[in-house]
Design a protein around this ligand. Structure first.
Ligand SMILES: NC(=O)c1ccc[n+]([C@@H]2O[C@H](COP(=O)([O-])OP(=O)(O)OC[C@H]3O[C@@H](n4cnc5c(N)ncnc54)[C@H](O)[C@@H]3O)[C@@H](O)[C@H]2O)c1
Ligand SMILES: N[C@@H](CCC=O)C(=O)O
Length: 545
């Protein structure tokens, strides 16, 4: 069938609670217990699993780094060439398949994930990425299901868009073609949903994809690949290459068939990729689409009218859930002097009270950071914070890597608003607080806007409506996702399309029609029913007499 079908209307997947005695708690316990021996995490090229020839790497549980979950290997230039060939071989069949059949693969994957695969993928995300059951549920179950279901509905709307006007005797149509070539999807460690969405969004629009997940997310990524295969994804449509990336990028970014990059990760890596594409621009058959969502230094601004309980909760949840390893995490807060007197002790106590440990103990609020590299970076930042006169450690500040990569949730208070604690993305459980005079609200908004190169997420906490309006106005370009009286994390597909601008990315809003539009190259078709058969125009006729 082609054309006019209506896919099921998407609704957000309900978030399960995992309370004691619930069926979901029993099934996640079972799925966690089933992860015993390390598994092989291969490349998948043209539907075939194969072990890349590069150096082996292991995927460990970050909260227990001696526990090996899986073994993989660095993909090589030869793997990259093979993936390009496989993708190109799959392209004609996939793009010519009708939209409904492509969409059905993702809808089937969503239903499998909502049902029999839910506990397995959540367990893999918990163990491999150190997510608590709640953080895994909102990511590897709900958000990924939502991406797949909502994208189908958005894609259907996009494909239905046709020229609104037809001149007499003419029929105008838009053919929403996929891109010519392959899309290179590069995904971060912190969200299984993002890893699943970045290759599948271009695929839904008829593109073929080469997907390189983060090595530290490879345990869950391999399961997502298995799930897509179980849902009927044909061989070669998405080709998975494990590893750190530079060697395969040498090949993929130099290929004339590179049609797009779908990236989420750090600003630094995205800028490198963009620069390489720029340097290679004469090689390509077309201009590659470059879509990237990157880093942030996300703010919470409190007004003197803020409710202190709302503020404290937004700060603790926003900064410390998943140990601050969300691009959206609250990492700098601006609090008026009068409120700070009330907030200070409660914030310190709430932070000290957070339980940090294994994700298999459901009593823990959060767990370890992702790996030794991140641990080392955070340890250096905390050592520095202790040595700088303008910074005080209000809570936390300690680290311990004996068993896992543990960094205690930390609150720093700084008196220099341009110190690196207010400008650098640490990507860990570190919240920096700046206390401003109560009559300096306007000035602090200017500072929040100017302090960092990023513009990803931010919140205003206030009861005064004029303060909310002023912040929304003055910070209009400081965040792509702006929250009023809420934490700056936790965007929901279909409700708060996610993405930031400035140094935070191209703001193509993951899980939206805008994003899907980047993976199509429209062709305008004009059909004339009774074409002219003479060349001359009326003005060429001689004047009478
Ligand atoms: N804006 C968003 O939506 C969003 C969402 C999640 C994470 N992030 C950002 O991601 C970062 C954390 O994730 P991360 O540590 O995985 O980021 P990262 O930039 O270190 O890695 C991202 C991906 O790029 C790969 N990579 C690195 N060099 C490469 C190369 N030369 N060629 C190909 N691939 C290469 C990595 O292996 C990984 O798969 C933070 O900066 C965070 O803010 C942003
Ligand atoms: N979309 C997620 C953040 C993704 C980045 O890590 C949120 O809104 O918290």
């Amino acid at each position: 069938m082609t054309g006019v079908s209506t896919p099921p209307t998407p609704v957000n997947e309900p978030v399960l609670g995992y309370a004691p005695g619930s069926p979901e708690r029993a099934s996640i316990r079972q799925a966690l217990a089933a992860v015993t021996e390390p598994v092989d995490l291969p490349a998948v090229i043209g539907g075939r699993a194969r072990r890349p020839a590069g150096a082996e790497f292991t995927v460990c549980a970050p909260f227990d780094h001696q526990r090996v979950l899986g073994r993989s290997a660095e993909s090589t230039a030869a793997d990259a060439h093979a993936a390009i060939d496989a993708a190109r071989a799959a392209a004609p069949g996939w793009r010519d398949l009708d939209f409904d059949s492509r969409a059905a693969v993702l809808l089937r994957a969503a239903d499998l994930l909502a049902g029999p695969w839910r506990a397995r993928l959540n367990a893999a995300t918990m163990l491999g990425q150190a997510k608590t059951v709640q953080q895994a549920e909102i990511d590897s179950a709900c958000e990924l299901i939502d991406f797949w279901r909502f994208n189908v509905a958005f894609a259907r709307q996009l494909l239905a868009e046709q020229p609104p006007v037809n001149a007499p005797g003419v029929w105008n149509r838009t053919d929403h073609r996929p891109l010519e070539g392959f899309v290179y999807a590069i995904t971060p460690f912190n969200f299984t949903a993002i890893a699943g969405n970045l290759p599948t969004a271009p695929a839904l629009m008829g593109n073929v994809v080469i997907w390189k997940p983060s090595p530290t997310q490879q345990f869950a990524a391999s399961l997502v690949m298995d799930l897509l295969t179980a849902a009927g994804l044909p061989p070669g449509v998405i080709n998975l290459l494990p590893g750190s990336g530079p060697e395969i990028s040498e090949v993929l970014l130099a290929s004339e068939h590179l049609a797009g990059i779908h990236f989420t990760g750090s600003t630094r890596v995205f800028q490198q990729l963009w620069a390489t594409v720029g340097a290679n621009i004469a090689r390509y058959r077309g201009y590659p689409r470059i879509v990237g969502e990157t880093g942030g230094k996300d703010f919470v601004v409190a007004h003197p009218s803020a409710d202190v309980d709302v503020l404290r909760t937004a700060l603790v949840r926003g900064a410390f859930e998943y140990s601050g390893q969300k691009c959206s995490a609250a990492s700098r807060a601006y609090v008026p002097q009068s409120l700070w007197r009330t907030l200070r002790d409660g914030l310190a106590d709430a932070t000290q009270a957070l339980t940090v440990g294994s994700v298999e103990d459901f009593g823990n609020f959060t767990s370890a950071v992702i790996d030794g590299r991140s641990f080392g970076r955070l340890r250096t930042a905390l050592d520095r914070a202790r040595s700088v006169d303008s910074v005080q450690v209000l809570a936390g500040g300690t680290v311990d890597d004996a068993v896992g990569w543990y960094v205690r949730p930390t609150v720093l208070v700084g008196s220099d608003p341009r110190d690196e604690i207010f400008t650098t993305e640490y990507f860990g459980p570190v919240l920096s607080v700046f206390v401003y005079p109560d009559d300096g609200f306007g000035d602090i908004l200017t500072e929040v806007d100017a302090a960092t190169p990023y513009a990803l997420t931010g919140s205003i906490i206030a009861r005064d409506v004029d303060a909310v309006a002023r912040a929304a106005h003055d910070l209009r370009f400081a965040a792509g996702n702006f929250y009023v009286n809420d934490k700056p994390t936790g965007a929901v597909v279909g409700q708060q399309p996610f993405g930031g601008a400035r140094g935070s990315g191209t703001n193509d809003k993951a899980g939206s029609m805008a994003n899907l539009a980047r993976w199509t190259s429209p062709r305008s078709i004009k059909e004339t029913f009774v074409p002219p058969t003479t060349v001359d125009y009326p003005h060429q006729a001689p004047d009478p007499g």
